[in-house]
Design a protein around this ligand. Sequence first.
Ligand code: HEC
Ligand code: HEC
Length: 396
Amino acid sequence: MRLCKTPRFHYELAIYAKLAALVWHLLCLCGCSSPSTTSPNSLFTVTDYRLGLLVTAALALTAGCQRETPVEFSSGERVSTLTPELQTALKAALADFAGSHASPKLLGDDSVDQATLKRGQQVYRQRCAQCHGVTGDGQGPVAGTMYPRPRDYRKGIFKFTSTPYGDRPLRSDLVRTVTKGIHGTSMPSFKLLPQEEIDAVVDYVLALTRRGELEDQLLELVEFEEAVDPELVQDESVPAVINKWLQAQGSEVSPLTSQPVFSEEHVTRGQEAFKTVGCIKCHGPDGRGQTPDNLAGNLKDAWGHPTRAADLTSGFLHGGQRPIDIYRRIYSGINGTPMPGFANSLKETPDTIWDLVAFVMHITNARRTGESPLPGPIAPYIPQVADSETQAAEAE
Ligand code: HEC
Ligand code: HEC
């Protein structure tokens, strides 16, 4: 018989049944060795004992029947500084355009229906919210001690994109990140999930992201107007969010020159360029990032968390191992971090970017293989024919 339909009911019933068994044992230990016998020393009479069992059974039957508090998105920190009236108006406008937890919406894209977003929400709550938070603020219950911290989507800033510096990512960038994970960080790979779940959860992440961006736009509006005028929201705040996403469509960075077959010369030239174009300022001459700023922990990212220039010799390239991934990191930089893009400074000598890629690929596994990256003779990087990632990059 099912007394109530909350999903936790059976789980709690099992716990209470165990508790009842424990109480039974405790009572027996206290002297009531069997319900039919009561020794003169017993602390409990048979009636007490049966009453105890009845209470336990009643608790077990009603457990889980309390209503679960409905989940809602939380508001950004700045919202709480507004007057109560402005807070209410802002939240209403936000729910209107970007949905609520009960009824999510993907701002600026009506082609993604409720059912897909609900499916994405289900996957998200099960697999992502513990790190990224229900609202996508990067403050899930286990996020606190992680380095780097789980992404706070609400700024619309993503690191590992195929678009130019400062642009929004392509949807395919997010699909790739979720599928492959971010090597060397806590972000796991979800490649075992069915494609339909990955697609739905990415749509949901996009919905959380644009909702967060709209909240920021509404806050700006309120600062100027001291009101939430629906017309201004429609004509200014909403376009300010979605135009950036539209602009990113089709802006994928393609290499300026085609990828060479890497040889020792590329690595040697890359090593030289690493010093002359300024990479060593942050990554150090050996690429390990043992620079004063890094060691002092002085660098901050766009989310206000401490960050470091990557240790390029660690064998964990967060942004992907393919030559094209490393190319895009160097060409476009990494959004939200101190890693600058070199598109402008290297556009006159575009092949230098591939030289740097060769050098980064050369040193990337140096520590794992126990090889001192520098100084010393440099062996050429030889792409392995069986390496499917390299082949995929070549096919791009
Ligand atoms: C165990 C914690 C954890 C879980 C679970 C997790 N993530 Fe992450 N995620 C991270 C961390 C940490 C980062 C930041 C990595 C970085 O900055 O290099 C991240 C970053 C991301 C990014 C940003 C990538 C970029 O280019 O900036 C996306 C998108 C993302 N996660 C989506 C998801 C989705 C979707 C799920 C669930 C299917 C998920 N994550 C589950 C920890 C987690
Ligand atoms: C101002 C400091 C700074 C300079 C200069 C700099 N970087 Fe970086 N670089 C960083 C930081 C910080 C990161 C880590 C970003 C993150 O993922 O949080 C990084 C990350 C990278 C990555 C990505 C590593 C990964 O895990 O995928 C590559 C590749 C890289 N840098 C190469 C270079 C090259 C090549 C140069 C010179 C052309 C250079 N960097 C110059 C700060 C810098």
